[in-house]
Design a protein around this ligand. Structure first.
Ligand code: C5P
Length: 283
């Protein structure tokens, strides 16, 4: 029996800029995202019965039709008129409700895996379209890597450059739902981030300038709600990180470090302060 296992990496935002509210209630945004080697795995196997079975090793996560992995399978099955079934198993390593794009990456990995399992030969555009129907961060996760994302999240361009860095990721014990952060945006006062500058510095491989340009428009909103996020950032910077920033709408915070020694120092400084700390690398 064929089983396909697809890796679903987490992401961090090197930049997140909110440009304004759209007619459809969403926001036009620009982001720079990079994948890190903290990964979930989705395994897909064919079933003779025409149904979708879904299970996971993560007891905290609902494994029902509301899950983005299930939605991806359902959408593809009906769009391509697939008459057979599939069994999906999700191995979770990426914390949930963290701002690390775990759910979106799982859905994107499901799309890639089913494309292979059912030999659908989907074009990149078809995959992006299915991804967008599931969630705004899914299109980026289809190819992942280091990309610039714009529009609602549907415009994804690979950046011609590579960031090789150690990343210390902290997931605070509380979660923040993206849905509750966006309504608090005041377009007049929100902090803006120069995404062009971040992209340019990655292309030029100018790490120092990139670190200086990094920023997240949503950080102030999440910090006002959860001041612990600022405390984590401060600890990271005072223990020698090159940069410390919230990812997505939070609550996770990451530090960038050029050397492993520096990353170890940041990890040690967080002991007794945060339970969930990951030392990873950019992919
Ligand atoms: O698309 P997704 O369900 O991942 O988005 C979660 C929430 O984030 C939306 O309900 C919306 O409030 C907000 N959002 C937004 N503009 C975007 C992306 C997300 O306002 N471009």
């Amino acid at each position: 029996m064929t089983t396909i296992i697809e890796r679903a990496p987490a992401k961090i935002n090197l930049g997140l800029d909110i440009q304004g509210k759209r007619q459809d209630g969403y926001h036009d945004l620009e982001m720079v995202m990079v994948s890190v080697d903290l990964c979930d795995y989705i395994s897909v196997s064919p079933l003779d019965d025409d149904c979708i079975q879904f299970a996971s090793d993560c007891p905290k996560m609902p494994v029902n039709a509301k899950n983005d992995v299930y939605k991806a399978a359902q959408l593809i099955k009906s769009k391509y008129g697939i008459q057979s079934g599939v069994s999906l198993f999700l191995t979770k390593k990426i914390p949930i409700c963290a701002g690390m794009g775990g759910g979106s990456s799982d859905a994107a990995a499901t799309i890639r895996a089913l494309n292979q399992l059912w030999d659908l030969q989907m074009s990149k555009e078809e995959m992006l379209e299915i991804g967008m129907a599931i969630g705004s961060d899914v299109p980026y996760c289809i190819e992942a890597g280091c990309s610039r994302i714009s529009g609602k999240g549907e415009i994804v361009e690979k950046i011609d450059g590579h960031l090789a860095s150690w990343v210390v990721l902290v997931k605070p014990e509380f979660g923040i739902s993206t849905r509750t952060v966006f309504p608090e945006i005041n377009s007049e006062t929100i902090k803006r981030v120069n995404i062009d500058k971040i992209v340019e510095t990655i292309e030029q491989q100018d790490y120092q300038e990139m670190v200086a340009a990094m920023g997240n428009s949503l950080e102030d909103i999440s910090i006002a709600r959860k001041p612990f996020i600022q405390k984590v950032k401060d600890k990271m910077m005072s223990s020698g990180a090159d940069a410390a920033l919230m990812t997505g709408s939070g609550p996770s915070v990451f530090a960038l470090c050029q050397s492993e020694k520096q990353a170890n120092r940041v990890v040690n400084s967080l002991k007794g302060f945060c339970k969930e700390v990951y030392k990873v690398r950019t992919l």
